[in-house]
Design a protein around this ligand. Structure first.
Ligand code: IPM
Ligand code: MN
Length: 358
């Protein structure tokens, strides 16, 4: 039976449509080669629609999106829309409403991609960050009191339930078993490192560390480590080879994955998946809308293409996902740079090259 998937396309704003167009080109090439049927439906959510109609994510659209196998997103954010409206009303709302509680961000340096770290190459930069994607500071609980006075108080609370911590860590242990360095035949053990700040956020890490040990006992094949988030930043630069699978809470994950992204060639290449293992997941390049490069056919589509590969792998078409990754690895050595406008090729040409390599 032919595999068949229904994909919602959310090109969004800025360079989102340009990179998603190339991502779709590559998905179509992979679908043809592996006999997969992809049914794609376009949605015009984003800044333009908001400015035109005042709508960010209508309930009816949210309900429709729940019926898809996956969502493929370009970028969210518009120069004429106040920061926060689209990010919170669209991107974060989708993550929360669809309960995409995992943000999976592989950190992989492709061949010949320029890396700002001295003496580090593809062998050293090859790990995955599992970012908790539903709680923490992103819960949005807080407020201002006595605003405008010298006694003004701002509160923003970091919140985690046992359930949120447990499901995130369980996913991470499962992921480490299946995709850790031993499982991939490039190391002698699968390691899961919990990243936190147990020396200051004592309540938070009392919970995370306890559950980490508790769930970890069920996974004797996964070696456990713990690092503070500040030290983690240092290690990610000085010795990235020590990481295999890393799990961390939402805000720390947001921050360290931008650092991770630059070590793998930048936002032009870093892809991520917002995953609900039991529901609808959403895949996106982790860079933004790049307003400066919009409409110039100069932006790097590889992050979007990589997100498409993750989407297929997560849906179960692993062979097709791996083939796209292989095609990206064939393309990067031909490029001058991963930076917009410096690639030596246009956005369209890079898409063609990856599709052709398939
Ligand atoms: C990301 C982004 C988002 C986040 C913003 C746009 C809300 O930085 O996906 O990493 O903070 O999660
Ligand atoms: Mn971010």
């Amino acid at each position: 039976m032919k595999e068949s998937y229904k994909i919602a396309l959310l090109p969004g704003d800025g360079t989102g449509p340009e990179v998603l167009r190339e991502g779709c080109k590559v998905l179509d090439a992979a679908a043809a080669r592996f006999d997969i049927k992809l049914e794609k439906v376009d949605y015009d959510l984003g800044g333009e629609r908001y400015l035109r109609t005042g709508e960010v994510l209508p309930d009816s659209v949210l309900e429709e999106l729940k019926e898809f196998d996956a969502i493929y997103l370009g970028a969210v954010g518009h120069v004429d829309v106040k920061p926060g409206i689209l990010e919170k009303g669209l991107l974060l709302k989708l993550r929360f409403e669809l309960d995409q509680y995992i943000n999976l961000r592989p950190v992989k340096l492709y061949p010949s991609v320029e890396c700002p770290l001295k003496n580090k190459g593809p062998k050293e930069i090859d790990y995955t960050v599992v970012r908790e994607n539903s709680g923490g500071l992103y819960t949005g609980i807080g407020g201002l009191s006595r605003a405008g006075t010298r006694d003004e108080v701002a509160v923003q609370q970091m919140l985690y339930t046992y359930e949120q911590v447990e499901r995130c860590l369980r996913y991470s242990f499962e992921y480490a078993c299946k995709h850790g360095k031993k499982a991939r035949g490039i190391g002698d053990k699968n390691t899961l490192a919990l990243v936190g700040k147990s020396n200051v956020l004592t309540y938070m890490y009392e919970l995370w560390n306890r559950v980490f040990a508790e769930i970890g006992a069920e996974y004797p094949d996964v070696h456990r480590e713990y690092y503070h988030v500040d030290a983690t930043c240092l290690y990610m630069v000085a010795s990235p080879e020590m990481f295999d699978v890393v799990v961390t809470e939402n805000m720390f994950g947001d921050i360290i994955t931008d650092l991770a992204a630059i070590t793998q060639g930048g936002l032009g290449i870093a892809a991520g998946g917002n995953i609900n293992p039991e529901g609808v997941s959403m895949f996106e390049p982790i860079g933004g809308t790049a307003p400066m490069w919009t409409g110039r056919n100069a932006i790097n589509p590889l992050a979007a293409i990589g997100a498409g590969a993750m989407m297929l792998s997560t849906l179960g078409a692993e062979q097709a996902g791996c083939a796209i990754e292989g095609a990206i690895a064939e393309t990067t050595p031909k490029m001058k740079s991963q930076m917009a406008n410096e690639m030596g090729f246009t956005t369209t040409e890079i898409g063609d090259m990856v599709a052709h390599a398939l």
